[in-house]
Design a protein around this ligand. Structure first.
Ligand SMILES: [Zn+2]
Length: 302
């Protein structure tokens, strides 16, 4: 493993938990060689909000601390704060407050949720007002509790997305007055699906430059590094192993060397047979890290 420094990017993967949070996830983290673990704390495609097992919670928290592993929660994929259906918005808020509580219990640094969509043409303005009304109280109480950050992840596009292109994150942050508890999770497969040509030489660099000018420095808190099975601009979200898809390895080298990702955890949500696919992708991403600084520290202080 490269020596951690200010420019280091910890690398890891989405981590299965079935069989017990600590019991399943910690051996997976070890087998995959992860420095970052992202978990679900409920059904990924449902509204369930299980209480969690305090013994597993404490053992997961201690196990991550012992290994120096940073933990993140991915909220249910059904969360949509922009939905025209009131019940969906209400349940989305409940899911996010549950995930924030669970995150505090397991020592997670952030809760990732999708930016959402207005679904119907003509609902976009109302949807953004809804995001403000539902997200601000969540952000305030998360900040008061000092627990995990909320991390908005732009979607793959389609369905009147509220944010899929990175420049749309600017208005999204503005709608919650650039609240300090809202960070950004950048997913390479989503950005590609939304039309950012990451495969062109300099394409990943340009996209990250645009992201930084939209959200400001230090707002990027997590990266989902996923290659894609589909064409740029397809709005399809089918992940592929790093270097095996349409985005290609050179783009990930740009990702791992861009100043905006210095110190930011990078995790894969790629296809895997047990942990093997993830372990290989983690190795690939680590190989693409910039060489450790010799003498002069080239890392950007954070
Ligand atoms: Zn993702």
């Amino acid at each position: 493993m490269p020596a951690p420094g200010p420019g280091h990017r910890p690398v890891g993967s989405h981590t299965p938990t079935s069989g017990g949070l600590a019991k399943a996830a910690l051996p997976y983290v070890d087998a995959a060689g992860s420095e970052v673990a992202q978990v679900y704390v409920g059904n990924s495609r449902g509204w369930a909000m299980p209480a969690g097992d305090p013994v597993q919670d404490e053992s997961f928290r201690a196990g991550c601390a012992e290994r120096g592993v940073a933990a993140y929660i991915h909220a249910s994929l059904l969360v949509n704060l922009g939905s025209p259906t009131a019940a969906t918005v209400q349940r989305s808020v409940q899911i996010l407050s549950h995930a924030l509580r669970r995150g505090a219990a397991i020592g997670a640094r952030g809760v990732v949720f999708h930016a959402g969509s207005a679904v119907d043409a003509g609902y976009a303005d109302t949807a953004m007002r809804q995001v403000r009304e539902s997200l601000l109280p969540l952000l305030d109480s998360a900040a008061d509790a000092g627990g995990p950050l909320l991390l908005v992840e732009p979607s793959a596009g389609g369905g009147r997305s509220l944010a899929c292109r990175v420049e749309q994150l600017g208005p999204y942050l503005d709608t919650v007055d650039r609240h300090p508890w809202l960070g950004v999770c950048f997913d390479t497969c989503h950005a590609w699906a939304a039309g950012h040509d990451l495969a062109a030489e300099g394409g990943m660099t340009a996209t990250l430059d645009t992201l930084v000018s939209a959200v400001g420095a230090d707002r990027l808190k997590l990266v989902h590094a996923n290659d894609s099975k589909d064409l740029c601009g397809s709005t399809r979200d089918r992940h592929e192993n790093i270097g095996k898809g349409m985005i290609g390895e050179p783009a990930f080298a740009e990702l791992m060397r861009h100043p905006a990702t210095a110190g930011v955890p990078v995790l894969v949500e790629t296809p895997t047979d047990r942990h093997e696919g993830h372990a290989a992708d983690i190795t690939t991403l680590r190989r693409l890290l910039p060489p450790p600084p010799s003498g002069n520290d080239v890392g950007r202080p954070r």
